[in-house]
Design a binder for this molecule. Structure first.
Ligand SMILES: N[C@@H](CCC(=O)N[C@@H](CS)C(=O)NCC(=O)O)C(=O)O
Length: 285
């Protein structure tokens, strides 16, 4: 293994503003708002403040699935939060998510309105509110919540771990890239083995666990994430691929995945979503 430059951590760590790298401009060792900024609000019961990343589209997929079931109370406005420009540190956003990360949501159908942050919490809140996509029986519910929390706690190794060191870090560190490659491949194998014996992640029915896992591990096994198809040898995970294709075919998933997506401006997307008819212009619904 190639040796990185010798670095000895200091006795007392001191923050040097702008440490470089893609996230150097927004990462800080403190929490809280950096500036005053009100959040906009639309006419629907649910106000979502997000961005079309895997963590963001989990929620828009569920909202679109709920609407497809005829749950009109799931109508929503999806507002764009430009995290590369530090909008997650505005006072309005911090008031609904003290952790300054998308997605965050306000349910204005209740008085006082309810704020909810952390994508897994938002999925669970909505599934409970509408009585859908979370099995009612104890076995099914335990399986669904287990896989949902599996995603929430394991996926940071993909984005914050592998992706950071493979793609964004200003230096390539072989040790760090190896460590997280092992972990990402292990996680794909966990899912591959599960999906070899189960149609959906949590059993026979489609649940919020599928909606949480698909936006991350779908693109990964398709080779779209970090252009990693060859690197990860994704053909080694055929059952994960079978499930990925099946979930990706759902019309609500297709719609949800387009919301607040600004990273690939050349492909059809919705910068914000305020009405079901917004999709008509891009996917002819
Ligand atoms: N555990 C959180 C993670 C959310 C998260 O990491 N969001 C990222 C975008 S995908 C973000 O807002 N990053 C902005 C920042 O780190 O300043 C969740 O699932 O809601």
């Amino acid at each position: 293994m190639s040796a990185p430059d010798e670095y000895v951590p200091p006795k007392v760590w001191v923050w040097r503003d702008r440490d470089g790298g893609v996230w150097g401009a927004t990462n800080r060792p403190t929490a809280g708002a950096t500036h005053d900024s009100e959040l906009p609000a639309g006419r629907h019961p649910l106000q979502l403040y997000s961005l079309g990343t895997p963590n963001g589209i989990k929620v828009t997929i569920l909202l679109e699935e709920l609407l497809a079931l005829g749950q009109s109370g799931a109508e929503y406005d999806a507002w764009l939060v430009k995290i590369f420009e530090g909008e997650q540190f505005g006072s309005g956003f911090v008031a609904i998510n003290p952790n300054s990360k998308i997605p965050a949501m306000v349910d204005r159908s209740l008085d006082p309105p309810v704020r909810v942050f952390e994508s897994g919490a938002i999925l669970t809140y909505l599934a409970l509110k509408f009585g859908a996509f979370l099995p009612a029986d104890p076995h099914g519910r335990a399986e669904c919540l287990s896989w949902l929390n599996w995603q929430m706690s394991n996926t940071p190794h993909i984005g914050g771990g592998f992706g950071h060191f493979y793609m964004y870090a200003p230096v390539k560190i072989e040790y760090a890239i190896n460590r997280y490659t092992i972990e990402v491949k292990r996680q794909m194998d966990v899912l591959n083995q599960r999906l070899a014996i189960s149609e959906y992640v949590a059993g026979d029915s489609y649940t919020i666990a599928d909606m949480a896992i698909w936006p991350w591990y779908g693109p990964l096994v398709e080779g779209k994430m970090y252009n990693g198809g060859e690197y990860f040898q994704v053909h080694e995970y055929p059952h994960l691929r079978r499930w990925t294709d099946m979930i990706g075919e759902r019309p609500a998933v297709k719609r949800g995945a387009l919301v607040n997506r600004i990273f690939q401006p050349d492909i059809p997307h919705l910068r914000e979503r305020h009405d079901a008819s917004d999709f008509a212009s891009i996917i002819g619904r």
